[in-house]
Ligand binder design. Sequence first.
Ligand code: NAD
Length: 488
Amino acid sequence: MVLPPADSSRLLIGGKLTTGGGGEFVTLNPATEEAYGFAADADKADMSAAIEAARSAFDSTGWSRDHAFRAHCLRQLRTALQAEVEGLRALTVAEAGAPVMLTRGPHLEGPVADLEFSEKLAESYEWETDLGVAAPMGIRSRRVLQREAVGVVGAITPWNFPHQINFAKLGPALAAGNTVVLKPAPDTPLCAAAVGAIIAEHTDFPPGVINIVTSADHELGAQLSGDPRVDMVTFTGSTQTGRTVMINAAATLKKTFLELGGKSAFIVLDDADIGAAAGMAGFSVAVHAGQGCALTTRLLVPRASYAAAVDAAAAALGRITPGDPSAPGTICGPLISARQRARVERYIDIARTEGGRIVVGGRRPAAQQHGFFIEPTLIADVDNAATVAREEIFGPVLVVIPYDGDEDAIRIANDSPYGLSGAVWGTDPERIAKVTAGVRTGTLSVNGGVWYAADAPFGGYKQSGIGREMGVAGFEEYLETKLIASMA
Ligand code: NAD
Protein backbone atom coordinates (compact mmCIF):
# COMPACT_ATOMS: atom_id res chain seq x y z
CA MET A 1 0.00 0.00 0.00
CA VAL A 2 1.59 3.30 -1.08
CA LEU A 3 -1.41 5.52 -0.50
CA PRO A 4 -0.34 8.47 1.55
CA PRO A 5 -2.00 8.85 4.92
CA ALA A 6 -4.76 11.39 4.52
CA ASP A 7 -2.73 14.02 6.36
CA SER A 8 0.23 14.01 4.01
CA SER A 9 -1.12 14.54 0.53
CA ARG A 10 1.27 16.12 -1.96
CA LEU A 11 1.23 17.89 -5.29
CA LEU A 12 2.82 16.07 -8.23
CA ILE A 13 4.94 18.57 -10.18
CA GLY A 14 7.74 17.68 -12.57
CA GLY A 15 7.80 14.09 -11.31
CA LYS A 16 8.24 15.08 -7.65
CA LEU A 17 5.77 14.95 -4.79
CA THR A 18 5.90 18.38 -3.16
CA THR A 19 4.13 20.49 -0.57
CA GLY A 20 1.96 23.41 -1.65
CA GLY A 21 2.99 27.05 -1.39
CA GLY A 22 -0.35 27.74 0.29
CA GLY A 23 0.23 25.13 3.02
CA GLU A 24 -2.63 22.70 3.49
CA PHE A 25 -6.40 22.73 3.54
CA VAL A 26 -8.78 20.46 5.36
CA THR A 27 -11.10 18.03 3.58
CA LEU A 28 -14.30 16.91 5.29
CA ASN A 29 -16.00 13.54 5.29
CA PRO A 30 -19.45 14.59 4.02
CA ALA A 31 -21.16 11.72 5.86
CA THR A 32 -19.82 12.77 9.28
CA GLU A 33 -18.78 16.42 8.80
CA GLU A 34 -15.49 15.49 10.48
CA ALA A 35 -12.10 16.47 9.11
CA TYR A 36 -10.93 13.55 7.02
CA GLY A 37 -7.53 14.76 5.93
CA PHE A 38 -5.36 17.61 4.75
CA ALA A 39 -4.57 18.34 1.15
CA ALA A 40 -1.58 20.22 -0.20
CA ASP A 41 -2.75 23.73 -1.09
CA ALA A 42 -1.04 24.90 -4.26
CA ASP A 43 -0.58 28.58 -4.94
CA LYS A 44 -0.17 30.33 -8.28
CA ALA A 45 3.57 29.72 -8.34
CA ASP A 46 2.96 25.97 -7.96
CA MET A 47 0.47 26.03 -10.82
CA SER A 48 2.92 27.94 -12.98
CA ALA A 49 5.65 25.39 -12.16
CA ALA A 50 3.31 22.53 -13.08
CA ILE A 51 2.47 24.14 -16.42
CA GLU A 52 6.17 24.72 -17.09
CA ALA A 53 6.95 21.08 -16.27
CA ALA A 54 4.23 19.89 -18.65
CA ARG A 55 5.43 22.27 -21.36
CA SER A 56 9.01 21.14 -21.03
CA ALA A 57 8.05 17.42 -21.00
CA PHE A 58 6.05 17.93 -24.18
CA ASP A 59 8.62 20.04 -26.00
CA SER A 60 11.83 18.27 -25.02
CA THR A 61 11.08 14.54 -24.65
CA GLY A 62 9.96 11.87 -27.08
CA TRP A 63 6.76 11.24 -25.09
CA SER A 64 4.38 12.41 -27.78
CA ARG A 65 5.97 10.18 -30.45
CA ASP A 66 6.56 6.96 -28.49
CA HIS A 67 3.16 5.28 -28.69
CA ALA A 68 4.28 1.94 -27.23
CA PHE A 69 5.94 3.62 -24.24
CA ARG A 70 2.77 5.56 -23.48
CA ALA A 71 0.72 2.36 -23.56
CA HIS A 72 3.27 0.79 -21.21
CA CYS A 73 3.03 3.67 -18.71
CA LEU A 74 -0.77 3.66 -18.78
CA ARG A 75 -0.78 -0.10 -18.23
CA GLN A 76 1.54 0.32 -15.25
CA LEU A 77 -0.81 2.94 -13.86
CA ARG A 78 -3.87 0.71 -14.23
CA THR A 79 -2.08 -2.23 -12.63
CA ALA A 80 -0.87 -0.07 -9.72
CA LEU A 81 -4.33 1.42 -9.20
CA GLN A 82 -5.80 -2.06 -9.16
CA ALA A 83 -3.23 -3.14 -6.56
CA GLU A 84 -4.24 -0.15 -4.40
CA VAL A 85 -7.95 -0.47 -4.98
CA GLU A 86 -8.98 -1.12 -1.37
CA GLY A 87 -7.21 2.00 -0.13
CA LEU A 88 -8.67 4.02 -2.97
CA ARG A 89 -12.12 2.63 -2.21
CA ALA A 90 -11.93 3.73 1.43
CA LEU A 91 -10.71 7.15 0.36
CA THR A 92 -13.45 7.57 -2.24
CA VAL A 93 -16.16 6.66 0.24
CA ALA A 94 -14.76 8.98 2.92
CA GLU A 95 -13.92 11.96 0.74
CA ALA A 96 -16.58 11.93 -2.00
CA GLY A 97 -19.36 10.29 0.07
CA ALA A 98 -19.52 7.67 -2.67
CA PRO A 99 -21.70 4.66 -1.82
CA VAL A 100 -19.28 1.76 -1.49
CA MET A 101 -21.51 -0.28 -3.81
CA LEU A 102 -20.79 2.22 -6.60
CA THR A 103 -17.03 2.05 -6.08
CA ARG A 104 -17.23 -1.45 -7.60
CA GLY A 105 -18.57 0.19 -10.75
CA PRO A 106 -18.66 3.79 -11.96
CA HIS A 107 -17.05 5.39 -8.93
CA LEU A 108 -13.71 3.56 -9.06
CA GLU A 109 -13.18 0.09 -10.48
CA GLY A 110 -15.04 0.79 -13.73
CA PRO A 111 -12.99 3.86 -14.71
CA VAL A 112 -9.72 2.22 -13.63
CA ALA A 113 -10.48 -0.80 -15.85
CA ASP A 114 -11.50 1.57 -18.66
CA LEU A 115 -7.91 2.89 -18.83
CA GLU A 116 -7.23 -0.24 -20.89
CA PHE A 117 -9.24 1.29 -23.73
CA SER A 118 -6.77 4.20 -23.86
CA GLU A 119 -3.75 1.86 -23.63
CA LYS A 120 -5.01 -0.07 -26.62
CA LEU A 121 -5.73 3.05 -28.64
CA ALA A 122 -2.17 4.29 -28.06
CA GLU A 123 -0.95 1.01 -29.59
CA SER A 124 -3.44 0.53 -32.38
CA TYR A 125 -4.58 3.97 -33.54
CA GLU A 126 -3.92 4.82 -37.17
CA TRP A 127 -1.60 7.79 -36.59
CA GLU A 128 -0.87 8.21 -40.28
CA THR A 129 -3.14 7.76 -43.31
CA ASP A 130 -2.04 7.90 -46.92
CA LEU A 131 -4.64 9.93 -48.82
CA GLY A 132 -3.00 8.96 -52.08
CA VAL A 133 -1.99 11.08 -55.06
CA ALA A 134 -4.13 13.87 -56.46
CA ALA A 135 -3.43 16.85 -58.69
CA PRO A 136 -4.93 19.87 -57.03
CA MET A 137 -4.21 22.98 -59.15
CA GLY A 138 -2.52 20.66 -61.67
CA ILE A 139 0.30 19.67 -59.31
CA ARG A 140 0.54 15.96 -58.64
CA SER A 141 0.88 15.56 -54.88
CA ARG A 142 0.97 12.67 -52.42
CA ARG A 143 -1.00 13.61 -49.33
CA VAL A 144 -0.31 12.07 -45.94
CA LEU A 145 -2.58 12.78 -43.00
CA GLN A 146 -0.93 12.65 -39.60
CA ARG A 147 -2.59 12.81 -36.21
CA GLU A 148 -0.56 14.09 -33.29
CA ALA A 149 -1.00 15.34 -29.76
CA VAL A 150 -2.38 18.82 -29.13
CA GLY A 151 0.36 19.59 -26.58
CA VAL A 152 -0.10 20.64 -22.95
CA VAL A 153 -3.58 19.85 -21.68
CA GLY A 154 -5.07 21.56 -18.63
CA ALA A 155 -7.68 19.27 -17.05
CA ILE A 156 -10.15 20.79 -14.58
CA THR A 157 -12.53 18.41 -12.82
CA PRO A 158 -15.45 18.43 -10.34
CA TRP A 159 -16.04 16.39 -7.19
CA ASN A 160 -19.07 14.26 -7.98
CA PHE A 161 -17.34 11.26 -9.63
CA PRO A 162 -13.69 12.22 -9.03
CA HIS A 163 -11.97 9.10 -10.37
CA GLN A 164 -14.30 8.59 -13.30
CA ILE A 165 -13.86 12.13 -14.52
CA ASN A 166 -10.11 12.33 -13.79
CA PHE A 167 -9.41 9.06 -15.63
CA ALA A 168 -11.76 9.86 -18.50
CA LYS A 169 -9.45 12.83 -19.18
CA LEU A 170 -6.05 11.44 -18.16
CA GLY A 171 -6.43 8.18 -20.13
CA PRO A 172 -7.14 9.57 -23.60
CA ALA A 173 -5.08 12.77 -23.19
CA LEU A 174 -1.97 10.80 -22.23
CA ALA A 175 -2.58 7.98 -24.72
CA ALA A 176 -2.79 10.61 -27.46
CA GLY A 177 0.67 11.92 -26.47
CA ASN A 178 -0.19 15.07 -24.56
CA THR A 179 1.24 16.14 -21.24
CA VAL A 180 -1.27 17.11 -18.56
CA VAL A 181 -1.82 19.40 -15.60
CA LEU A 182 -4.78 18.10 -13.60
CA LYS A 183 -6.57 20.47 -11.23
CA PRO A 184 -9.18 18.52 -9.28
CA ALA A 185 -12.04 20.06 -7.31
CA PRO A 186 -11.25 21.44 -3.84
CA ASP A 187 -13.86 19.06 -2.39
CA THR A 188 -12.04 15.89 -3.53
CA PRO A 189 -8.32 16.67 -3.63
CA LEU A 190 -7.14 13.50 -1.92
CA CYS A 191 -8.66 11.19 -4.55
CA ALA A 192 -6.45 12.92 -7.13
CA ALA A 193 -3.42 13.23 -4.84
CA ALA A 194 -3.52 9.47 -4.17
CA VAL A 195 -3.29 8.88 -7.91
CA GLY A 196 -0.35 11.30 -8.03
CA ALA A 197 1.48 9.31 -5.35
CA ILE A 198 0.86 6.08 -7.26
CA ILE A 199 2.16 7.63 -10.49
CA ALA A 200 5.30 8.91 -8.76
CA GLU A 201 6.10 5.63 -7.06
CA HIS A 202 4.88 2.93 -9.44
CA THR A 203 5.11 4.11 -13.00
CA ASP A 204 7.65 5.19 -15.60
CA PHE A 205 5.80 8.35 -16.69
CA PRO A 206 8.61 10.84 -17.38
CA PRO A 207 8.78 13.87 -15.05
CA GLY A 208 6.29 16.54 -16.07
CA VAL A 209 4.10 14.31 -18.22
CA ILE A 210 1.42 14.27 -15.50
CA ASN A 211 1.17 17.02 -12.91
CA ILE A 212 -1.51 17.05 -10.22
CA VAL A 213 -2.20 20.35 -8.50
CA THR A 214 -4.67 20.38 -5.61
CA SER A 215 -5.80 23.71 -4.20
CA ALA A 216 -8.60 25.30 -2.21
CA ASP A 217 -8.44 28.21 -4.65
CA HIS A 218 -10.73 28.00 -7.70
CA GLU A 219 -8.62 30.75 -9.28
CA LEU A 220 -5.97 28.18 -10.13
CA GLY A 221 -8.47 26.77 -12.61
CA ALA A 222 -8.78 30.19 -14.21
CA GLN A 223 -4.98 30.46 -14.28
CA LEU A 224 -4.68 27.08 -15.99
CA SER A 225 -7.31 27.93 -18.61
CA GLY A 226 -5.70 31.27 -19.41
CA ASP A 227 -2.00 30.40 -19.44
CA PRO A 228 -0.45 30.72 -22.92
CA ARG A 229 1.77 27.66 -22.33
CA VAL A 230 -1.36 25.48 -22.24
CA ASP A 231 -2.66 24.32 -25.64
CA MET A 232 -5.99 22.84 -24.63
CA VAL A 233 -8.39 22.88 -21.69
CA THR A 234 -10.58 19.91 -20.88
CA PHE A 235 -13.18 20.86 -18.32
CA THR A 236 -16.00 19.09 -16.51
CA GLY A 237 -18.19 21.08 -14.18
CA SER A 238 -21.09 23.47 -14.14
CA THR A 239 -22.26 25.30 -17.24
CA GLN A 240 -21.62 28.63 -15.53
CA THR A 241 -17.96 27.80 -14.82
CA GLY A 242 -17.63 26.30 -18.30
CA ARG A 243 -18.51 29.68 -19.78
CA THR A 244 -15.77 31.32 -17.71
CA VAL A 245 -13.27 28.67 -18.81
CA MET A 246 -14.16 29.34 -22.43
CA ILE A 247 -13.73 33.10 -21.97
CA ASN A 248 -10.34 32.64 -20.30
CA ALA A 249 -9.21 30.18 -22.96
CA ALA A 250 -10.31 32.54 -25.74
CA ALA A 251 -7.43 34.96 -25.14
CA THR A 252 -5.01 32.39 -26.55
CA LEU A 253 -7.59 30.52 -28.65
CA LYS A 254 -7.04 27.23 -26.88
CA LYS A 255 -8.90 24.18 -27.95
CA THR A 256 -11.67 23.88 -25.36
CA PHE A 257 -13.51 20.73 -24.42
CA LEU A 258 -16.47 21.07 -22.07
CA GLU A 259 -18.62 18.56 -20.21
CA LEU A 260 -21.26 20.56 -18.37
CA GLY A 261 -24.57 20.38 -16.60
CA GLY A 262 -27.85 18.71 -17.49
CA LYS A 263 -31.57 18.63 -16.81
CA SER A 264 -32.42 15.45 -18.64
CA ALA A 265 -35.91 14.15 -19.32
CA PHE A 266 -37.24 10.64 -18.61
CA ILE A 267 -40.13 10.21 -21.05
CA VAL A 268 -42.71 7.55 -20.24
CA LEU A 269 -44.86 6.78 -23.28
CA ASP A 270 -48.49 5.82 -22.70
CA ASP A 271 -47.91 2.21 -23.80
CA ALA A 272 -45.24 1.67 -21.11
CA ASP A 273 -45.74 0.08 -17.73
CA ILE A 274 -46.22 3.46 -16.03
CA GLY A 275 -45.62 2.18 -12.51
CA ALA A 276 -42.39 0.38 -13.37
CA ALA A 277 -41.05 3.27 -15.43
CA ALA A 278 -41.89 5.98 -12.89
CA GLY A 279 -40.46 3.78 -10.14
CA MET A 280 -37.20 3.46 -12.07
CA ALA A 281 -37.09 7.24 -12.61
CA GLY A 282 -37.52 7.75 -8.87
CA PHE A 283 -34.84 5.25 -7.95
CA SER A 284 -32.27 6.51 -10.43
CA VAL A 285 -32.43 10.14 -9.32
CA ALA A 286 -31.45 9.12 -5.78
CA VAL A 287 -28.28 7.27 -6.83
CA HIS A 288 -25.25 8.99 -5.23
CA ALA A 289 -27.70 11.54 -3.81
CA GLY A 290 -28.49 12.82 -7.29
CA GLN A 291 -24.98 14.13 -7.85
CA GLY A 292 -24.71 13.02 -11.45
CA CYS A 293 -24.83 15.36 -14.42
CA ALA A 294 -26.58 12.81 -16.66
CA LEU A 295 -29.31 11.80 -14.22
CA THR A 296 -32.85 12.14 -15.55
CA THR A 297 -34.34 14.75 -13.22
CA ARG A 298 -37.52 15.60 -15.15
CA LEU A 299 -40.08 12.80 -15.35
CA LEU A 300 -42.50 13.39 -18.26
CA VAL A 301 -45.67 11.30 -18.10
CA PRO A 302 -48.95 11.17 -20.06
CA ARG A 303 -51.50 13.46 -18.39
CA ALA A 304 -53.98 10.59 -17.96
CA SER A 305 -51.44 8.64 -15.92
CA TYR A 306 -50.10 11.57 -13.92
CA ALA A 307 -51.49 10.51 -10.53
CA ALA A 308 -50.34 6.91 -10.96
CA ALA A 309 -46.86 8.04 -12.00
CA VAL A 310 -46.57 10.42 -9.04
CA ASP A 311 -47.57 7.60 -6.69
CA ALA A 312 -45.06 5.16 -8.20
CA ALA A 313 -42.17 7.63 -8.21
CA ALA A 314 -43.00 8.73 -4.66
CA ALA A 315 -43.06 5.13 -3.48
CA ALA A 316 -39.66 4.46 -5.06
CA LEU A 317 -38.09 7.60 -3.60
CA GLY A 318 -39.72 7.01 -0.20
CA ARG A 319 -38.17 3.54 0.01
CA ILE A 320 -34.63 4.94 -0.28
CA THR A 321 -33.08 5.87 3.03
CA PRO A 322 -30.05 8.13 2.75
CA GLY A 323 -27.30 6.75 4.89
CA ASP A 324 -23.72 5.77 5.62
CA PRO A 325 -22.00 5.41 2.24
CA SER A 326 -19.71 2.71 3.64
CA ALA A 327 -22.71 0.44 4.36
CA PRO A 328 -23.02 -2.20 1.62
CA GLY A 329 -26.69 -1.51 0.86
CA THR A 330 -26.50 2.28 0.63
CA ILE A 331 -27.29 3.80 -2.76
CA CYS A 332 -27.94 7.37 -1.56
CA GLY A 333 -25.14 8.83 0.56
CA PRO A 334 -24.62 12.45 1.58
CA LEU A 335 -24.30 15.53 -0.58
CA ILE A 336 -20.70 16.65 -0.88
CA SER A 337 -20.86 19.76 1.33
CA ALA A 338 -22.97 22.07 3.45
CA ARG A 339 -22.91 24.50 0.51
CA GLN A 340 -24.34 21.89 -1.84
CA ARG A 341 -27.03 20.90 0.68
CA ALA A 342 -28.01 24.56 1.11
CA ARG A 343 -28.31 24.80 -2.69
CA VAL A 344 -30.64 21.78 -2.84
CA GLU A 345 -32.74 23.09 0.06
CA ARG A 346 -32.98 26.47 -1.64
CA TYR A 347 -34.42 24.82 -4.75
CA ILE A 348 -36.94 22.86 -2.68
CA ASP A 349 -38.06 26.15 -1.09
CA ILE A 350 -38.33 27.77 -4.52
CA ALA A 351 -40.53 24.87 -5.65
CA ARG A 352 -42.86 25.50 -2.71
CA THR A 353 -43.08 29.24 -3.41
CA GLU A 354 -43.83 28.53 -7.09
CA GLY A 355 -46.78 26.29 -6.12
CA GLY A 356 -45.05 22.91 -6.30
CA ARG A 357 -46.17 20.05 -4.08
CA ILE A 358 -43.45 18.17 -2.18
CA VAL A 359 -44.92 14.68 -2.43
CA VAL A 360 -42.16 12.95 -0.56
CA GLY A 361 -38.90 14.07 1.07
CA GLY A 362 -37.84 17.70 1.14
CA ARG A 363 -36.12 17.58 4.53
CA ARG A 364 -32.93 16.52 6.23
CA PRO A 365 -33.45 12.92 7.37
CA ALA A 366 -34.28 12.77 11.08
CA ALA A 367 -32.09 9.70 11.58
CA GLN A 368 -28.91 11.49 10.45
CA GLN A 369 -27.62 13.85 13.11
CA HIS A 370 -24.44 14.57 11.16
CA GLY A 371 -23.52 14.63 7.51
CA PHE A 372 -24.84 16.61 4.57
CA PHE A 373 -27.83 14.35 3.92
CA ILE A 374 -31.12 15.24 2.28
CA GLU A 375 -34.17 13.06 1.73
CA PRO A 376 -34.89 11.91 -1.82
CA THR A 377 -37.56 14.36 -2.93
CA LEU A 378 -40.41 14.34 -5.43
CA ILE A 379 -41.93 17.61 -6.66
CA ALA A 380 -45.30 17.54 -8.44
CA ASP A 381 -47.80 20.09 -9.75
CA VAL A 382 -45.26 22.28 -11.54
CA ASP A 383 -44.86 22.72 -15.27
CA ASN A 384 -41.68 22.89 -17.33
CA ALA A 385 -41.39 26.65 -16.75
CA ALA A 386 -40.80 26.16 -13.01
CA THR A 387 -37.32 26.97 -11.75
CA VAL A 388 -36.86 23.40 -10.50
CA ALA A 389 -37.67 22.10 -14.00
CA ARG A 390 -35.20 24.43 -15.69
CA GLU A 391 -32.15 24.63 -13.45
CA GLU A 392 -29.78 21.88 -12.44
CA ILE A 393 -30.23 21.08 -8.74
CA PHE A 394 -27.57 18.36 -8.35
CA GLY A 395 -29.37 16.56 -5.55
CA PRO A 396 -31.86 13.67 -5.25
CA VAL A 397 -34.79 15.70 -6.54
CA LEU A 398 -37.22 14.59 -9.25
CA VAL A 399 -39.83 16.82 -10.88
CA VAL A 400 -42.91 15.20 -12.50
CA ILE A 401 -44.50 16.99 -15.44
CA PRO A 402 -47.57 15.89 -17.47
CA TYR A 403 -47.65 15.98 -21.28
CA ASP A 404 -50.29 15.60 -23.99
CA GLY A 405 -49.12 13.31 -26.80
CA ASP A 406 -45.67 12.19 -27.97
CA GLU A 407 -44.90 15.45 -29.80
CA ASP A 408 -45.60 17.39 -26.63
CA ALA A 409 -43.27 15.09 -24.68
CA ILE A 410 -40.47 15.77 -27.18
CA ARG A 411 -41.20 19.50 -27.06
CA ILE A 412 -40.97 19.61 -23.27
CA ALA A 413 -37.82 17.45 -23.22
CA ASN A 414 -36.19 19.91 -25.64
CA ASP A 415 -37.47 22.99 -23.83
CA SER A 416 -34.28 23.26 -21.80
CA PRO A 417 -30.95 25.03 -22.18
CA TYR A 418 -29.34 21.63 -21.61
CA GLY A 419 -29.09 18.49 -23.77
CA LEU A 420 -26.95 15.96 -21.94
CA SER A 421 -28.91 12.74 -21.57
CA GLY A 422 -32.38 11.25 -21.30
CA ALA A 423 -34.53 8.14 -21.18
CA VAL A 424 -37.53 6.79 -23.07
CA TRP A 425 -39.78 3.98 -21.88
CA GLY A 426 -42.41 2.39 -24.09
CA THR A 427 -43.29 -0.72 -26.09
CA ASP A 428 -43.81 0.41 -29.70
CA PRO A 429 -40.38 0.54 -31.44
CA GLU A 430 -41.59 3.03 -34.07
CA ARG A 431 -42.85 5.50 -31.49
CA ILE A 432 -39.66 5.06 -29.48
CA ALA A 433 -37.57 5.73 -32.60
CA LYS A 434 -39.52 8.95 -33.28
CA VAL A 435 -38.89 10.13 -29.76
CA THR A 436 -35.17 9.29 -29.76
CA ALA A 437 -34.86 11.11 -33.10
CA GLY A 438 -36.67 14.15 -31.75
CA VAL A 439 -34.88 14.64 -28.45
CA ARG A 440 -31.79 16.87 -28.78
CA THR A 441 -29.39 15.23 -26.36
CA GLY A 442 -26.03 13.43 -26.32
CA THR A 443 -27.09 10.10 -24.83
CA LEU A 444 -30.42 8.31 -24.46
CA SER A 445 -31.41 5.17 -22.60
CA VAL A 446 -34.31 3.15 -23.99
CA ASN A 447 -36.21 0.92 -21.54
CA GLY A 448 -33.25 0.86 -19.17
CA GLY A 449 -30.42 0.40 -21.68
CA VAL A 450 -27.01 1.57 -20.39
CA TRP A 451 -25.09 3.98 -22.62
CA TYR A 452 -22.04 4.34 -20.36
CA ALA A 453 -18.98 2.37 -21.52
CA ALA A 454 -15.29 2.93 -22.33
CA ASP A 455 -15.97 2.74 -26.07
CA ALA A 456 -19.13 4.89 -26.01
CA PRO A 457 -18.78 8.65 -26.46
CA PHE A 458 -20.56 10.75 -23.86
CA GLY A 459 -21.33 14.47 -23.90
CA GLY A 460 -23.88 17.15 -24.42
CA TYR A 461 -25.80 19.16 -26.96
CA LYS A 462 -26.59 22.83 -26.38
CA GLN A 463 -25.32 24.23 -23.07
CA SER A 464 -24.37 20.78 -21.78
CA GLY A 465 -21.01 20.93 -23.46
CA ILE A 466 -18.75 20.89 -26.47
CA GLY A 467 -17.09 17.66 -27.60
CA ARG A 468 -17.29 14.06 -26.45
CA GLU A 469 -15.56 12.13 -23.69
CA MET A 470 -14.77 8.39 -23.90
CA GLY A 471 -14.71 6.21 -26.99
CA VAL A 472 -12.57 6.89 -30.05
CA ALA A 473 -14.31 10.27 -30.39
CA GLY A 474 -13.14 11.16 -26.88
CA PHE A 475 -9.56 10.17 -27.72
CA GLU A 476 -9.58 12.21 -30.92
CA GLU A 477 -10.54 15.34 -28.97
CA TYR A 478 -6.92 15.31 -27.78
CA LEU A 479 -5.40 15.17 -31.28
CA GLU A 480 -4.36 17.71 -33.88
CA THR A 481 -4.47 16.97 -37.60
CA LYS A 482 -1.45 17.61 -39.86
CA LEU A 483 -1.57 17.21 -43.63
CA ILE A 484 1.73 16.79 -45.50
CA ALA A 485 1.69 17.07 -49.30
CA SER A 486 4.79 16.10 -51.34
CA MET A 487 5.25 16.54 -55.09
CA ALA A 488 4.66 13.13 -56.63
P1 NAD B 1 -17.80 23.76 -10.72
O1 NAD B 1 -18.06 24.24 -12.07
O2 NAD B 1 -18.09 24.65 -9.58
O3 NAD B 1 -16.27 23.34 -10.53
C1 NAD B 1 -15.64 22.43 -11.39
C2 NAD B 1 -14.15 22.67 -11.37
O4 NAD B 1 -13.89 23.97 -11.89
C3 NAD B 1 -13.50 22.65 -10.00
O5 NAD B 1 -12.24 22.02 -10.10
C4 NAD B 1 -13.34 24.12 -9.68
O6 NAD B 1 -12.27 24.40 -8.77
C5 NAD B 1 -13.01 24.68 -11.04
N1 NAD B 1 -13.27 26.12 -11.20
C6 NAD B 1 -14.06 26.92 -10.48
N2 NAD B 1 -14.03 28.18 -10.96
C7 NAD B 1 -13.22 28.16 -12.04
C8 NAD B 1 -12.81 29.13 -12.99
N3 NAD B 1 -13.22 30.39 -12.95
N4 NAD B 1 -11.98 28.75 -13.98
C9 NAD B 1 -11.56 27.46 -14.09
N5 NAD B 1 -11.90 26.51 -13.20
C10 NAD B 1 -12.73 26.84 -12.19
O7 NAD B 1 -18.60 22.40 -10.62
P2 NAD B 1 -18.79 21.48 -9.35
O8 NAD B 1 -19.75 22.13 -8.43
O9 NAD B 1 -17.47 21.04 -8.83
O10 NAD B 1 -19.46 20.19 -10.05
C11 NAD B 1 -20.81 20.08 -10.31
C12 NAD B 1 -21.15 20.46 -11.74
O11 NAD B 1 -20.42 19.65 -12.65
C13 NAD B 1 -22.58 20.21 -12.09
O12 NAD B 1 -23.10 21.31 -12.80
C14 NAD B 1 -22.57 19.00 -12.99
O13 NAD B 1 -23.62 18.88 -13.86
C15 NAD B 1 -21.28 19.16 -13.67
N6 NAD B 1 -20.79 17.87 -14.18
C16 NAD B 1 -20.84 17.62 -15.52
C17 NAD B 1 -20.44 16.41 -16.02
C18 NAD B 1 -20.50 16.11 -17.49
O14 NAD B 1 -19.82 15.22 -17.93
N7 NAD B 1 -21.27 16.81 -18.27
C19 NAD B 1 -19.95 15.43 -15.17
C20 NAD B 1 -19.92 15.71 -13.81
C21 NAD B 1 -20.32 16.94 -13.33
